[in-house]
Design a protein around this ligand. Structure first.
Ligand code: F6R
Length: 607
């Protein structure tokens, strides 16, 4: 949440900052601002609204070659110009942008107020600027280090001082920060998307580290002034991957990328000789992996839904007891961490606070945690004991789509690997592997259903409420379909196990409340058909996502979408894109901002 960016070098800073903020806008988009230094003058320009609005008020010829910027997702204080970042200290010489939450800001603020300090915003951030000013004795880095030691909570900050032109100091605890190493210029940002247009050489900072950047170089030290030896990593994707490339929005582009992104998630990970999965980064010996008697998956939102699919598979196919837990719940439950339990932290961004803190709690108790992440170098990826990168490429739209199916690919590969260590025969392993290999092409076929799905979305987009229903592997997909619809169209939607509706939700059924049924030709098809009949008998419209050629389902449903046939364990892949497209077209119909839905942000770094 919130994106920060900094630039120091020979070029004019303002366009670099505004362009960087545009790339970070998915992290928060209720207000934005920049501070640029020209000589000893620090100019701050900020406004409520999106980056386009900021861009419109930043003068094209704004001088200054060093600056910081911020795009906000409000936590403390409403969406106002005064609460937008950057914030200044009382002397006006220090400017600062912040991502995170200072939990003890109130106490600090009251103490400073008792000494006469006046605050101009309601934010927790402004107290950091005041603190730095109090500690400042001619060296910004020293003052930042002293100030952050008084903070409880999380921060990723970038700070400048009017008397130290060309210098930006960054510090992190719990909120991501990356240094970009250019030729005669340096950048600092919440993630690499903001800097990849300028450099692909990056240094990922860890908690407790402070970066001091100037045009000709950088140092990273810890809070006790000890230098930290950092590796320069190389970003392995191109700017093209974060452009819309002819699509109307990122979500549409990312839905249509799925055949390739799933292919990438599987690439090099299927071992034909032994009919098993190959996952190089787990950092566990085959013996250690074999001895795992239980799997617990921790994640949030869409990643949790992928985890639910993973748990069903690991248990039913690999025969290892498995469960998916909400990260925000498990963390505070004082979880039992038994030996021989493997924990999997699943996160697209690799920065989600709930998942990160739950993972830290499990590791603190001695548990082994593997990460299933998309963003390379992200905090969860770096802090886990090993893991799998899903390689879906940058996901920019706030609603997760391609990362979900790539996470599924990781779970299917892991399931194959573990199943083949236990009971699965080579013949069955080959069958599983072949079905998995066929997924990208079949997903591509589901994308050709786009016009049919759009027509159905047009018909139903005015409904106030939706039910999404499915059994077994389709239950997590029902949850995901409902989440996609509500987050981007703002239509109220509930996902349920289809067998559960008679225990309460069926009371919601009426001619005004459509039910979306997920009905693959699996071993529960007949039972799901009965549930469809129960809805029809009560006058509820039914939209069925079934299998092409399934006339029973087609006849029963008011509207029908048929996906290609596949081994019944693999329908989660084939139902994903149609559900995403349904939500997308409903949102378009209602004129919603698909990529940046209200109140949301990607990369949720607050609890
Ligand atoms: C929904 C969505 C969110 C995220 C959740 C976890 O479309 O994007 O529900 O899935 O915030 O985020 P990650 O996967 O980055 O941990």
């Amino acid at each position: 949440m919130c994106g920060i960016v900094g630039y120091t070098g020979p070029r004019r800073a303002a366009p670099v900052l505004v362009e960087g903020l545009k790339r970070l806008e998915y992290r928060g988009y209720d207000s934005a601002g920049i501070a640029v230094q020209s000589g000893s003058d620090l100019k701050v320009i900020k406004t409520v609204g999106k980056i386009a609005r900021l861009k419109a008020i930043v003068p094209a010829d704004l001088p200054g070659t060093c600056g910081i910027g911020h795009t906000r997702w409000a936590t403390h204080g409403g969406v106002t110009d005064a609460n937008a970042h950057p914030h200044r200290d009382p002397t006006g010489k220090i400017v600062l942008v912040h991502n995170g939450i200072v939990e003890n800001y109130k106490g600090i603020k009251e103490k400073l107020q008792a000494k006469g300090a006046v605050f101009l915003s309601e934010t927790d951030t402004e107290v950091i600027a005041h603190l730095i000013a109090r500690y400042y004795e001619g060296d910004l880095e020293k003052a930042v280090k002293a100030a952050v030691q008084r903070l409880e909570g999380t921060y990723g900050i970038a700070v400048m001082h009017a008397d130290e032109p060309g210098r930006i100091v960054g510090a992190r605890k719990g909120s991501p920060l990356v240094v970009g190493v250019g030729e005669g210029e340096m950048l600092l940002a919440s993630d690499v998307t903001a800097m990849v247009a300028h450099t692909k050489r990056v240094v990922y900072m860890n908690d407790g580290e402070v970066a001091d950047i100037r045009p000709d170089g950088f140092t990273i030290t810890d809070l006790d002034d000890r230098p930290v030896d950092k590796r320069i990593d190389s970003v392995d994707w191109d700017l093209g991957e974060i452009e819309k490339e002819g699509f109307s929005c990122y979500m549409e582009k990312e839905i249509f990328e799925q055949p390739e992104s799933i292919g990438r998630a599987l690439s090099g990970r299927l071992d034909a000789e032994f009919a098993t999965g190959k996952l190089g980064g787990l950092n566990l010996t085959p013996q250690q992996l074999h001895s795992m008697q239980r799997i617990k998956i921790i994640a949030a939102g869409t990643s949790w839904h992928a985890g639910l699919v993973g748990a069903y598979l690991l248990e039913s196919v690999a025969r290892i007891p498995a469960a998916a837990e909400l990260a925000s719940e498990i963390r505070y439950r004082n979880p039992v961490v038994e030996p021989n339990t493997l924990f999997l932290a699943v996160s697209q961004s690799g920065e989600t606070a709930d998942t990160l803190y739950a993972m830290r709690e499990v590791r603190r108790k001695g548990g082994t945690v593997l990460g299933i992440c998309n963003v390379v170098g992200s905090t969860i990826a770096r802090e886990s004991d090993g893991g799998v990168y899903v390689h879906s490429g940058p996901e920019i739209a706030v609603a997760s789509t391609k990362a979900f199916t790539s996470q599924l690919a990781a779970f299917y590969t892991l399931t194959l690997l573990l199943a083949r260590m236990h009971d699965m025969s080579p013949t069955e392993g080959r069958r599983f592997m072949e079905a998995l290999r066929s997924v990208p092409d079949k997903v591509a076929r589901t994308l050709t259903l786009r016009d049919q799905i759009q027509a159905i979305a047009k018909k139903y987009a005015k409904a106030r409420d939706f039910l999404f229903l499915g059994r077994n592997l389709m239950y997590p997909l029902a949850l995901e379909g409902a989440l996609k619809l509500k987050e981007i169209s703002y239509i109220h939607a509930e996902g349920y196990g289809a067998g559960e509706i008679k225990h309460g939700p069926i009371a919601l059924v009426s001619p005004e409340t459509p039910s979306v049924f997920l009905v693959p030709d699996d071993f529960l098809r007949e039972k799901t058909l009965s549930n469809m009949k129960e809805i029809k008998a009560r006058g509820g419209p039914v939209i069925a996502f079934g299998v092409e050629g399934d006339e029973d389902v087609r006849e029963l449903a008011d509207d029908f979408i048929g996906v290609p046939k596949i081994d019944e364990r693999f329908y989660p892949f084939l139902m994903s894109a149609p559900l995403q497209l349904f939500a997308y077209f409903c949102a378009l119909e209602l004129n919603r901002d698909v990529d940046q839905p209200r109140n949301l942000a990607k990369s949720v770094t607050v609890e």
